[in-house]
Design a protein around this ligand. Structure first.
Ligand code: SF4
Length: 467
């Protein structure tokens, strides 16, 4: 069979990778889920992999089977592709987070869908497709014995910062309300055999790689063993981690020795109310400052995931957050609007407040619900404003100078510098402007005061004239 695996992209993301500058390369991870599926495909089949951020889907080419991995924001584009392939009588299978949580909706468009991780279902699905007996639904499971060598030749390598991404663990035991990871993996966490991970890392030609685990550091015993095993490889790497690990100096030292240059940590907010509302394990934002200092002591830069739009967030939230980010020394941020994705507890809680069901808007940049203390427009304007301010050339320069004086930081300086420039380029590419909603509120209050004073004055003059 001739099989095409597609990672779709919509709106401004489609074809972004074709641009010469600021083309999103830094933020595009190699297609690990599609590559894992490709690795499970017997050699007798011909495979093609298309990442729509980099390449166009060719509708002139004939395939026997098309597989599409679907996130909520790419669901409309995936359904559009289903329709286009259906006209050519090519069966399309949808998998990934969105079809898993929207089975009925996805079934309307696709020939078959895979619920859960595709690995376990793929061999059976392929056999059925060959016999032209595809079922409507397949239930996938995680394949912990992931193949060590992935068919990376299928990737257009120039489109990615590093073709070398991998994972050691999958899933997370925490239950943050806005996150669908826990539901997708049925609350389970999987760990690959350490020798497999080390063998895979050893096969990477470049020094730099990324662990794209949901929460790499959740199991101490496993992570300690893993770090000791990868230290001799002398690689440099980045990952997502829990902020709680900063209480553990031995673990931080091991991270440093094994080449960890940076971590992405979901701080989400500096408001205790917001953290409690989302069932975060750390509910004390005071803890963050010392945690960031600890990472820096070990030469590890910190990218913070920040979310706006919690019920406790007022128009002042953006300027307040920016001040704290500057003060505690965060190196880069990934700012988002709280998004009630299907499959999350948040989605169930917010269902009645959602006003926008266009899935394409579920890309963390839109307010798809009515927030409690701020308007949807101000929330979106504020998000752009904080991004623009945080990545202003002045702030980037300040951060890089500060980084130079961080203990052991100069060794990994290349990473925060590169990321800051890439984020600045993204603001430039997407023409991010925005405004500070708190200033709008202040201006409105000032205008109200002026009007009130004018009315008062007129009233006074009228009384005086009447006398
Ligand atoms: S947000 Fe992070 S810590 Fe929370 S459940 Fe998801 S993966 Fe786990």
């Amino acid at each position: 069979m001739k099989i095409c695996l597609i990672s779709p992209a919509s709106g401004r993301w489609r074809g972004l990778g074709k641009k010469k500058f600021f083309n999103g390369k830094t933020f595009r991870f190699s297609q690990l889920s599609l590559l894992s599926v490709a690795a499970l495909t017997p050699d007798k089949h011909e495979l093609k992999l298309i990442d729509e951020q980099i390449e166009d889907v060719s509708l002139n080419e004939d395939f026997d089977l098309v597989g599409i991995t679907v996130m909520t924001a790419t669901a409309p584009r995936s359904y559009e592709l289903c329709d286009l392939f259906r006209k050519k009588n090519i069966p399309v299978v949808l998998g990934g987070f969105h079809p898993t949580f929207n089975v009925e909706e996805a079934r309307e468009y696709a020939y078959a869908i895979v619920i859960g991780p595709a690995d376990g279902a793929w061999p059976e699905l392929l056999a059925d497709a060959e016999n032209k007996q595809l079922k409507k639904i397949y239930h996938g499971t995680v394949d912990e014995k992931k193949p060590i060598k992935l068919p990376k030749h299928l990737l257009k390598k120039s489109g990615y910062l590093s073709p070398h991404t991998t994972y050691a663990t999958l899933g997370c035991r925490n239950k943050c309300s806005f996150c669908s990871i826990t539901s997708f993996y049925g609350g389970k966490r999987y760990q690959r055999p350490i020798e497999d991970v080390v063998a895979e890392l050893g096969s990477f030609k470049e020094k730099f790689f990324m662990f794209i685990d949901d929460n790499l550091t959740q199991d101490r015993e496993y992570i300690v063993e893993l770090l000791k095993a990868i230290a001799p490889l002398k690689k440099k790497w980045v990952t997502q981690a829990s902020i709680e690990i900063t209480d553990d100096d031995e673990l931080l030292a091991l991270l440093q020795q094994s080449g960890c240059a940076g971590v992405f940590v979901g701080l989400e907010s500096f408001s205790e109310d917001a953290l409690c509302s989302q069932n975060k394990t750390i509910k004390q934002p005071r803890y963050y400052e010392q945690a960031v200092r600890k990472f820096h002591q070990y030469g590890i830069f910190v990218e913070a995931g920040m979310i706006f739009g919690f019920d406790s967030d007022s128009p002042e939230i953006f300027e307040k957050t920016l001040k704290i980010l500057d003060r505690i020394g965060i190196d880069t941020i990934q700012a988002s609007i709280l998004t009630p994705l299907p499959g999350t507890t948040l989605f169930k809680e917010m269902k009645d407040r959602i006003v926008d069901f266009n899935w394409e808007h579920y890309d963390y940049k839109y307010a798809v619900y009515n927030p409690a203390l701020i308007s949807r427009e101000d929330l979106m304007g504020g998000l752009q404003w904080i991004n623009k301010r945080f990545y202003s050339p002045r702030r980037i320069l300040q951060r890089i100078c500060r980084w130079l004086f961080t203990p052991a930081g100069y060794k990994n300086m290349y990473f925060p510098l590169f990321l800051n420039i890439a984020y600045w380029g993204r603001q430039f590419q997407f023409k991010v402007r925005g405004y500070n909603p708190a200033n709008v509120k202040r201006k409105e209050k000032r205008a109200e005061k002026l009007l009130a004073a004018r009315d008062q004055f007129r009233k006074y003059r009228f009384t005086e004239q009447a006398r």
